[in-house]
Design a protein around this ligand. Structure first.
Ligand code: PMP
Length: 456
């Protein structure tokens, strides 16, 4: 008995020592965070992290200690450092909120920061809203979604993407965002790692951080046409790596990967038994040949889709995920816990929206992107011509350019754009959305041009 007490006391002591060390580590992280801020450096430094990871692995070998536990613990520590350094990063959302409050004070703002089509949902949606009450879609339902809606979605997906999908492969969610959250939170465990290719929509990283998962960032560049290399991906994979996120057509770059490269990435995922979370909500706005991850028949893939962009139904909060039945079951448990089920009336309305012809939306967005691209060329912005989606991700080649400061300055002049920093380490970039009428886009780009020449 005495032995166990002694050991337990020793264990308590070690734990308390670890807490003291954790405090010291956190304080150092805070100081580093302040320095990074003052010199304008991004939070995550993959090289530094890699160095430390290598040191930890070397130590484990010397100590003959389990590498996997040690690196998971390291991932926890790295994430804690990211949390204390994260502060209040400005993204398209913070600019949007600031623009809204300026509007309340009577200022006119052109919104080229948000990713929200300005056009209305299909007409059939209005009719569905009127009839849903009498149809009786007003009760609790299955957490995965109404069987009739899932059946309709399965048929829609099967036809559209030429894939074999049944309703067991579908979960309805309040927007693609929630499917991304449930997929990441249920398929991975704290300490696991997932790969995000940047520039990227920020929620993937935020979901990971929330769930204690370590993100391995792959930085792509304009010079490399926003394409990750196979080596970059292979280099970050280790025994803790569990998932890779893909998002093509991409927000913010509009990129669609060359087919061969996409094939290679899926092959690497297969070889390493990784989940592939493919966020395909911009598929309707592809301007060139695009291949859904569904077409690979990979049983560890999760595809997220939404009515937000394709059907201009952002405010309805409705989307869905397509995956293997076992994955859907896991996601559905968390969805049931969080929200019982997605609102039945909204599911009914979305089911009706599937009948609408949305090709006009596709044409509208593609034409607007063309207009935006032409204006950006005239202004001499640096960008890769978008293959799809609703955005232009442009570099402003001016000495000391800071996207956050610029986005705040342009607001004063009546134009809202999104700072590149919200999508990764892209301080000298801005994202411009093609979500307004062509004339408004031209007005917005003219304001942008004026500010650029003032700053010159
Ligand atoms: N994925 C990407 C890439 C997005 O840009 C967005 C919204 N801007 C979402 C998902 C979220 O979509 P939803 O409205 O369906 O939640």
């Amino acid at each position: 008995m005495a032995d166990i007490d002694e050991l337990r006391n020793r264990m308590d002591e070690v734990t308390l020592e670890m807490i003291e060390l954790l405090k010291t580590r956190t304080e150092i992280a805070e100081k580093i965070g302040e320095l990074k801020k003052s010199i304008g450096k991004g939070i995550t430094d993959e090289k530094r992290e890699d160095n430390l990871r290598a040191k930890v692995i070397k130590l484990c070998k010397e100590l003959e200690f389990d590498e996997s536990i040690a690196t998971k613990f390291l991932n926890f520590l790295l994430n804690e450092s990211i949390k204390v350094q994260s502060g209040n990063k400005q993204t398209h959302l913070s600019i949007f909120l600031k623009a809204k409050s300026l509007e309340q004070q009577g200022k006119k703002i052109i919104h080229m920061e948000v990713g929200e089509p300005d056009f209305m949902p299909p007409q059939i949606v209005k009719k569905a809203l009127e009839e849903v009450f009498n149809k009786g879609f007003v009760k609790y339902g299955q957490s995965k979604g109404m069987p009739s809606f899932r059946e309709a979605l399965a048929n829609y997906v099967t036809k559209k993407f030429n894939a074999k999908v049944t309703q067991d492969n579908i979960i309805v969610s309040p927007g693609a965002r929630f499917s991304i959250f449930t997929a990441i939170s249920t398929l991975l465990n704290p300490g696991d790692e997932m790969i995000v290719i940047e520039p990227a929509w920020p929620a993937y990283k935020d979901c990971a951080l929330n769930a204690g998962i370590k993100v391995r960032t792959i930085n792509t560049t304009l010079e490399e046409k926003w394409e990750p290399s196979v080596e970059q991906i292979r280099n970050v994979i280790n025994q803790n790596t569990k998932l890779i996120v893909l998002n093509y057509p991409n927000n913010p770059t509009g990129k669609i990967l060359p087919e061969k490269l996409q094939d290679n990435i899926v092959e690497i995922a297969r070889e390493n038994n990784l989940f592939v979370l493919s966020d395909e909500i911009y598929s309707e706005y592809a301007k060139k040949e695009w291949k859904s991850i569904l077409s690979y028949n990979y049983d560890k893939s999760i595809i997220t889709q939404s009515f937000s962009k394709s059907h201009a139904m952002t405010g309805f909060r409705i989307g869905y995920a397509i995956a293997d039945k076992k994955i859907i079951e896991k996601m559905s448990k968390l969805e049931a816990l969080c929200l019982t089920n997605v609102s039945e009336p909204i599911q009914y309305v979305a089911m009706k929206a599937l009948e609408a012809d949305i090709s006009n939306n596709t044409n509208t967005v593609q034409n607007r992107l063309n207009v935006l691209e032409q204006k950006a060329k005239d202004l001499g912005l640096d960008f890769v011509s978008p293959d799809g989606a609703m955005y232009l991700f442009a570099r402003i080649n001016q000495e000391g350019f800071d996207g956050v400061k610029f986005a705040n300055d342009t607001l004063e002049k009546g134009l809202a754009v999104a700072p590149g920093e919200g999508f990764g380490d892209y301080k000298n970039f801005i994202r411009i959305s093609a979500c307004q009428e062509e004339k408004t886009l031209i007005d917005g780009m003219n304001i942008l041009g004026n500010i650029m020449s003032e700053n010159r």
